[in-house]
Design a protein around this ligand. Structure first.
Ligand SMILES: [Zn+2]
Length: 341
């Protein structure tokens, strides 16, 4: 079944100071997410200039300060898991180490210190780094869901790259969560996927891939079994989804799937770097086996600085009105990103 992509074009008029105060009409867009109905606003900038941001002084300053994730101190200052979760204290996989979060905001909250390197520049992010640290996070999730099936029911793997995206430390790390209830947006995704299946007897995620393949406007490419597309109703600038059809839970995802996801994420990150998007948030969403109609997917959004680092790209619209927005058309993002796939 084909997906309906709904957008309303809004014309606003004013007297233009750049043209002798002649009347001028500007068009903005309000789009509705085809699954959840959530509004996304497309601001009418057509040549929004995102400035490059050089992290070097911040990275150098952070090297002079204490970093709990650097290899010489990690074992001394970071917490360990109790023996029921990890008899070895901290879960290690290659260069990645999973530790409990000292400031948990969910019943099961851990961090994956992705590497022993204090700073990894965007252009140095490689598939192996992602595969290893995501696999380490999945290992933790499999342990806590087996140990406490009543409380560790809904899970996610999250990445805030650099402090501008909310990461409190420069040293690269993931946030791993498992709790009794899904996060608000995750719940919308799960419920709406179930409703779509029940209403249309068809899987939303497969329909989305097929519809985007046909439309050709936002489909970006494929890495193995993962399909990549630029979100029709973006949650932020450069909102890219990597969908793994037919997989739902943390037990379904294979090493090959992680590789396919990592290859795609690296390509998106490379594109961000070239586009002066110097920070990002990413999440890997899962459901439980009883939730019909869901597909595991990754979502990555760019975070940009306004007037190098003194301005935030999060405004009243997201914080106080729950309306995400973007300044770049998803179709324009897809056209450029395609060349990286
Ligand atoms: Zn460090």
């Amino acid at each position: 079944m084909s997906i309906k992509f709904t957008k309303d074009l809004k014309e606003s008029s004013f007297l233009d100071p750049m043209n002798n105060f002649e009347p001028k009409t500007v068009v903005s867009e309000i789009r509705h997410d085809p699954l959840t109905g959530q509004i996304s606003r497309i601001f009418p900038f057509r040549k929004f200039n995102i400035h490059n941001h050089d992290w070097t002084p911040f990275v150098e300053e952070s090297r002079q300060k204490f970093c709990p994730f650097c290899p010489d101190v990690l074992e001394k200052v970071t917490p360990m898991f109790s023996a029921d979760i990890a008899p070895e204290g901290r879960i290690k996989l290659g260069d990645a180490t999973v530790i409990p979060n000292l400031n948990p905001y969910e019943k099961y909250a851990s961090l994956v210190v992705m590497s022993c390197r204090h700073y990894i520049a965007m252009e140095e992010i490689e598939t192996e780094l992602i595969i290893n640290s995501f696999r380490a996070g999945l290992d933790y999730l499999q342990r806590v869901t087996a140990l406490d099936p009543d409380e560790a029911r809904y899970v996610s793997i999250n990445w805030n790259y650099m402090p501008y995206a909310g990461g409190s430390l420069i040293h690269p790390h993931l946030q791993i969560l498992a709790g009794k209830e899904p996060c608000t947006f995750d719940k919308q995704l799960i419920n709406a996927s179930e409703k779509y299946l029940s209403d249309y007897k068809s899987n939303y995620w497969t329909d989305l891939i097929n519809s985007e393949l046909k439309a050709k406007e936002r489909y970006v490419g494929q890495t193995g079994k993962v399909h990549w597309l630029s979100a029709f109703a973006p949650r932020h600038v450069g909102d890219i989804m990597g969908i793994l059809p037919g997989k739902k839970t943390i037990h379904d995802i294979s090493d090959d799937d992680l590789y396919d996801l990592a290859v795609g994420l690296c390509r998106v990150i490379k594109f961000y770097k070239q586009s002066n998007i110097t920070s990002f948030n990413a999440a890997l969403y899962f459901a439980r086996s009883e939730h019909a109609g869901f597909s595991i997917h990754a979502r990555i959004v760019g975070r940009f600085t306004i007037f190098p680092l003194v301005g935030s790209d999060i405004t009243h619209m997201q914080i106080l009105h729950d309306d995400p927005w973007t300044v770049i058309l998803p179709e324009a993002i897809a056209q450029e990103l395609k060349t990286y796939f």
